[in-house]
Design a protein around this ligand. Structure first.
Ligand SMILES: Cc1cc2nc3c(=O)[nH]c(=O)nc-3n(C[C@H](O)[C@H](O)[C@H](O)COP(=O)(O)O)c2cc1C
Length: 351
């Protein structure tokens, strides 16, 4: 394994950012790219994308970087893996910028370990719970997380399986859903994978009640949650058993559907006991008009940043289809479905 790490760092480097990088890089060789003119395609490399925001949360230099990367196409960072460091000037923007960054890098071929983010808001209060659990102050916590993140990135070995299991969750209707139709085409090419599909019936899942941390952990230790039902009886065991999770997500008001959202909220109790670092997240996203990237970013936040799922490069396919059956009119459908299925197989299965 090479010890070289590429640090993509648009804009001014803040004093905190400087200390954090000095602390986390240790003996690694680093190649710094601070000007967009110096950006170039990379292959099979480790990347840190690091940014300090001002109080507006708008960084022209950051957008220049993302513009260049996005224009470079889906293989610009082929085979690369990355982590993200985002430093805020106030309490806003760090999370939304992290989502954007992960989204664009993932579209350019970058894969991400679970929870690939060091996020420090202006006050660093977002690190408070972690600091309490580590018995450190906020500053020390920030340094420790940066070091842990770098170690996880450098030591990461993406898991592959002889007999992979894919769990597919959806809350849609087979008679009408374009998202389900697209999935059925993908499934046609997944013969080598064990597939378990769970349909979340409308209203079958109560949303998270927001138990106190101790209560949630108590239930989680027993692979349970305050509410029982399909989440505990079917979804928890299936998640524990799977190597990849595929979420079928129609765009409902520029968000994932309420049933899917409730399901993700309810994963919290299970997550308290078992992190999901070894499981890959995939998604099929369909919008009637526009906005699929918003859904992808919501999944990135909820499941990669918050719930520690791994993101394979190009973790989602995003298509537009409105009326029932419209997806079948996509002339590229077979090619698209075949390509995504092949991507799932290559990610999960030993050669
Ligand atoms: C409640 C509801 C809200 C929707 N909101 C949006 C939206 O905000 N943007 C959009 O592009 N399509 C929206 N759509 C259309 C769906 O995304 C579209 O039908 C697409 O085909 C995926 O849904 P399906 O898998 O159920 O067919 C909405 C559909 C429903 C039923």
């Amino acid at each position: 394994m090479s010890d070289l790490i590429h640090i993509l760092c648009p804009g001014n480097i803040s004093p905190l950012q400087q200390v954090v990088h000095h602390h986390s890089l240790q003996n690694l060789k680093s190649h710094w790219i601070t000007c967009v003119e110096n950006l170039q395609p990379l292959e099979n490399q480790k990347i840190v994308f690091s940014i300090s925001l001002d109080e507006t949360g708008i960084s022209v230099k950051l957008w220049e970087f993302l513009h260049e990367i996005a224009r470079g196409g889906p293989q610009y960072f082929k085979g690369c893996s990355a982590v993200i460091f985002v430093f805020g000037a106030n309490e806003l923007f760090t999370k939304s910028i992290s989502q954007q960054l992960i989204y664009y890098l993932n579209q350019a071929g970058v894969s991400f370990i679970g929870r690939p983010l060091l996020e420090a808001t202006g006050s660093m209060q977002n690190l408070k719970h972690m600091a309490l659990s580590k018995n450190l102050d906020l500053y020390e916590t920030c340094l420790i997380i940066s070091q842990e993140l770098m170690t996880r990135l450098m030591n990461d070995c993406p898991p592959k399986h002889k007999n992979p299991h894919l769990l597919v969750l959806h809350a849609s209707n087979w008679d009408t859903s374009n998202t389900l139709t697209l999935w059925s085409h993908v499934k046609d090419h997944l013969g080598e994978i064990n597939i378990k599909e769970i349909h979340i019936e409308n209203g079958a899942i109560k949303d998270c009640i927001g138990c106190p941390y101790k209560t949630c952990s108590h239930y989680g230790q027993q692979d349970r949650c305050y509410y029982g039902g399909i989440v505990v009886s079917d979804i928890y065991p299936a998640i524990l058993n799977c190597h990849g999770l595929l979420l079928l997500c129609p765009n409902y008001n520029d968000a994932i559907s309420a049933n899917m959202s409730a399901m993700i909220n309810r994963l919290t109790a299970l997550f308290r006991k078992t992190a999901f670092y070894d499981k890959y997240l995939f998604s099929i996203i369909v919008s009637g008009h526009s906005g699929s990237d918003i859904i992808a970013k919501q999944l990135i936040s909820a499941l990669s940043i918050n719930k520690t799922f791994r993101l394979p490069h190009h973790f989602a396919i995003m298509k537009t289809a409105n009326d029932p059956g419209d997806i079948e009119k996509n002339p590229d459908l077979t090619h698209l479905a075949q390509g995504f299925a092949q991507h799932i197989v290559t990610t999960l299965k030993h050669k």
